[in-house]
Design a protein around this ligand. Structure first.
Ligand SMILES: [Ca+2]
Length: 562
């Protein structure tokens, strides 16, 4: 071949590569915290979520998508495409002498950011990290900047005040809301801060040629229930009719939306409103929870608006999902016995908040109150909404965060990508089961990246998930294996329409989710052979995925005598 032809051929190849690079979508994954299946308008809620509803209308809603039932396991699994234990996070960020429960994101796992950064993406994480054991600047080895992200604004710990978060970090440095050199809002509120910092990253990268991967992990709507008064005001009185009235309305909307079979048996209502002694306190908790979600949706609206302003919205693949189901924990619902100390004083602008739960004070020197009668919302309150409202948030499902019945692991997944989802599919419901392990495989495919066998001198565990790209076009996923769960000895396996599930050391239950999504009719006694086969599949997975022995997760400091 003559040299001119070779040059022309090379030029054509470079041009093709450049087009492919330009075609690669931006990727935005938005994760919420401790929210129920029916907490979004487009999934049956009375809470106003117009930004997410618009993404759903212009994209797809997965109806059977799953997380890993708790903050740390879900985040580790989502970021790596592995099951939580394989990423070192079967339990929480506490050291346990077992590889599946090491409490620190494994180095035999790569994050989506590490893979995409290597493929030329700009990367940023905003919000909650919660996959690093170290909450000290002495050891930042597993903080976002050391796990593939170029930019980080958020919290290392999993919860705290929304007005003064503990472990608030920019890059690798702890900051306070008052001494952040880059972000100085008039009124600080963490959810707004996450949204605003995500917008700032988009603005800063708008002119660049590289696509971006942006991970926005809100702490809304995890306790403490705190929100700006103007957002709470929208929901005043909305929950005065109590648990059952809100649940029944959600069931109706779920049926109208096609998200619940008309013949389904919703899980029973927990709690009798007439028995509630302080209905005003209880209603205020749910009003505040709704406001937290509303505020997050407003922030997502600002992120979308920035993408549109930059002309990048159509080329951005957006995913929105929850990290686990609604939370029935009692945090914030019992009085804190300790009285306010006499020497309360305002904190200096650079004085770090070192408390994530009461006893604690606000930045301006007020004592944080907790328990019955304390009206949720402001900075000096620390309230949770308890099991009855969690049951409402999880309508129509059973159980909660921690458990692997549908109320613990079922999440909305909204996928929006005008350049990648056929126009005829927009607004559709996608019924194929999917799992957070699938997000890595999806990102790798759309980015034209390669999932590595080796990374930074370590052998990387093989990817567990499958790409969701076929589902975007309405085609079958290439999944060959069932989906599996384990957390705190709660176990489940889903194989097609069948789900085998057990709570702690109780026997297996079997459900046909094709006709009984709400897990109301246990078929275990009627189908012992299916139970046996699925239980064997679970055992084999548990053996290979660093899950066993059950109970290895118990932190050593909780062992009696130690
Ligand atoms: Ca969570």
């Amino acid at each position: 071949m003559n040299p001119v032809r070779i040059v022309m051929l090379l030029a054509a190849l470079f041009a093709a590569a450049a087009i492919r690079a330009a075609d690669r979508p931006n990727i935005l994954i938005i994760l919420s915290d401790d929210m129920g299946y029916s907490d979004l308008g487009c999934y049956g809620s009375e809470i106003a979520t117009p930004s997410l509803d618009a993404l759903a209308a212009g994209g797809l809603r997965f109806t059977q998508f799953y997380n890993a039932t708790r903050c740390c396991p879900t985040r580790a699994s989502l970021l790596t495409g592995l099951y939580p234990h394989q990423a070192g996070m079967g339990f929480m960020v506490r050291k346990v002498d077992h590889p599946g429960y090491a409490g620190d994101l494994s180095r035999q796992a790569v994050t989506i950011a590490e893979v995409l950064r290597g493929a030329g993406y700009r990367t940023a994480a905003m919000g909650k990290w919660h996959v690093a054991r170290s909450h000290s600047m002495q050891d930042t080895s597993n903080w976002p900047l050391q796990r593939g992200f170029e930019r980080f604004y958020g919290t290392i710990r999993g919860f705290g005040s929304f007005y003064d978060p503990d472990t608030l970090t920019r890059g690798n440095t702890f900051i306070t809301p008052e001494n952040d050199p880059e972000y100085k809002p008039e009124h600080y509120y963490y959810t707004d801060a996450i949204s605003d910092n995500a917008v700032a990253f988009l603005r800063d990268t708008a002119g660049g040629r590289e696509p971006f991967f942006l991970y926005v992990a809100y702490t809304a709507a995890h306790w403490p229930l705190q929100a700006p008064e103007r957002d709470i005001a929208k929901y005043r009185g909305k929950y005065d009719a109590g648990y059952d009235a809100v649940r029944r309305a959600r069931v109706e909307r779920l049926k109208q939306l096609g998200l619940l079979d008309p013949t389904a048996t919703p899980a029973p209502t927990v709690g009798r409103w007439d028995d509630v002694k302080d209905q005003a306190w209880e209603a205020r908790a749910m009003e505040t929870y709704a406001a937290m979600i509303d505020n997050m949706d407003q922030g997502i609206g600002r992120i979308v608006a920035q993408l549109k302003r930059d002309g990048r919205f159509d080329r951005t693949l957006v995913f929105f999902l929850h990290d686990n189901g609604a939370c029935a924990e009692r945090n914030g619902r019992t009085p804190v016995a300790r009285k306010a100390p006499a020497d309360l004083r305002p904190m200096r602008p650079d004085e770090l908040q070192t408390k994530a739960t009461p006893p604690m004070q606000t930045r301006d020197g007020r004592w944080v109150r907790s328990g019955p009668g304390v009206m949720a919302g402001p900075a000096d309150t620390y309230i949770g909404y308890g099991e009855a409202w969690a049951n409402v948030a999880n309508t129509p499902f059973r159980e909660y965060k921690h458990w692997v019945h549908e109320g613990g692991i079922a999440t909305p997944l909204i996928a929006h990508w005008p350049a990648g989802i056929p126009a005829a599919r927009r607004g559709a419901l996608e019924p194929q089961p999917g799992h957070i392990i699938d997000l890595m495989a999806t990102c790798v495919e759309v980015a034209g990246a390669a999932y590595p066998a080796q990374f930074a001198g370590q052998t990387i565990k093989p990817l567990e998930g499958v790409s969701l790209v076929p589902a975007l076009a309405g085609r079958p996923l290439a999944r060959a294996q069932p989906l599996f769960w384990e957390h705190e000895s709660n176990r489940a396996v889903r194989d097609g329409r069948w789900k085998l599930v057990a709570m702690e050391d109780r026997p297996w239950e079997l459900y046909d989710l094709a006709v009984d999504r709400t897990e109301s009719r246990d078929l275990a006694a009627a189908q012992p052979e299916r139970v046996q086969a699925m239980a064997a599949a679970w055992e084999a997975w548990a053996q290979r995925a660093d899950v066993l022995p059950l109970g290895a997760w118990k932190p050593v400091w909780a062992t009696p005598g130690k």
